[in-house]
Design a protein around this ligand. Sequence first.
Ligand code: UN1
Length: 510
Amino acid sequence: MSIDTAKVLENLGIQSQNYGAFNGEWFGSGEVLESISPIDGKKIATVVQATTEEYEKVYSEAEKAFKEWRMVPGPKRGEIVRQIGEGLRAHKDDLGALVTLEMGKIWAEGKGEVQEMIDIADFAVGLSRQMYGRTMHSERPLHRMYEQWHPLGVIGIISAFNFPVAVWSWNAMIAAVCGDTMIWKPSPKTPLTAIACQKIAAKVFVDNGLSPAVMSLVIGETETVGEKMIHDKRLPLISATGSTRMGKRVGEVVGGRLGRTILELGGNNAIIVSNNSDMKMVTRAILFGAVGTAGQRCTSTRRVFIHEDIYDELKEKLVSAYQQVSIGNPLDEGTLMGPLIDNLAVQSMQDAITEAKSQGGTVLCGGEVLQEDFPCGNYVKPCIIEMPNQSQIVQDETFAPILYLLKFNNIEEALHSHNAVPQGLSSAMFTTNVLEAETFLSHMGSDCGIANINIGTSGAEIGGAFGGEKETGGGREAGSDSWKAYMRRQTNTINWSKELPLAQGIKFGD
Ligand code: UN1
């Protein structure tokens, strides 16, 4: 089955040259950015980026739109998001294919990513009637106390190349029902998917007679537009997904102006495999976690701690499963692993393998660059490396399909090593022993934001809060009560008596 890429682009309104700024109108006069497909290293289309002055134009419309949007009742905002979800359903195959073209994940995962967008839109629709505040009993007679959640204003969303559309939607759909308007700065590696999403959303706002600047876009350079955005005091919240290095910069600048951040940064996710586990399930889970999306999810499995009794058996199973991974064009059915995002990513994988070897690691399989079959140089064989201990390279996040195997003989020791890395996003244990499972999930267990039993580290559902601890940044996006980060809380006390009693029984001047 082949995909007609020209048709995909046409269906999504992508031209050969596009503008990078949107505030209801499309414009841009900055540097031209080329969107290069990692599949063959060829240009898909270009984008004329926004300048810092054009950022101002985007901001001012988003601010105007906020004044209108906050007055639309929550459930009516939900209805708009419902329609955006319908738009995404109608474009699922095309948008999934564009994600594959621009980012390189296999089409099944591209469509899965769009499904996450649809799911979060549905979640946000329900949420739009459930943004509850509490009521409290006042200590004073004839007084009432309650709290309300109000929209924050214009917020900033910075997203990464690896989930170019889903992560925007986690923020955008929730922020929209909360009454915020937003400016999205996508990764410069995936600008076209961002433009396609904007077009789907903008149509819904226009069809409903609302300002499409509720969801605005600015594709611009990090050093100019990105810096301007994080310094902008008028943006009360910046939600940023990407590397720890980027997150530290965002955290420092936004923290310096006492703004809020939601940071979703690096992960170094591990699976602990107990000797009480189902080996078939474990093998499949590790394969999906480590090889899926070519190891470029922030939830990708990077470390596996295996009990010594089953170490050799699992190692053999994994090496044989890795031999069967079909590598190739991610648009072809049957391909399990596509390319890495670019040559730089391939180089950093090569460097990490060299480093691992110098730290005592043994490569069990993979790691080669498939230069002959794929001259663009973006395709690699997924790699398994056996490590004598959790040395420095194992503690780093390398955004590539490298899996480190480590042996353990007691759970406490495994847990200690599991937590002894700077990141704290996702984690898993495979066991049928309830005591081990409960230990892993307890306060003395995994220190991550996500901890699973008998499920791998990646592929989380949107219903839960997504994010992690330590250098992962501490933010939470998507489901549960993550919406609260997109709103400001107000405590209200109303006196319906004819007296003015003071709290704490204070007498003052009476
Ligand atoms: C990311 O890699 O930035 O849990 C997000 C998962 C996906 C989201 C990953 N639902 O793997």
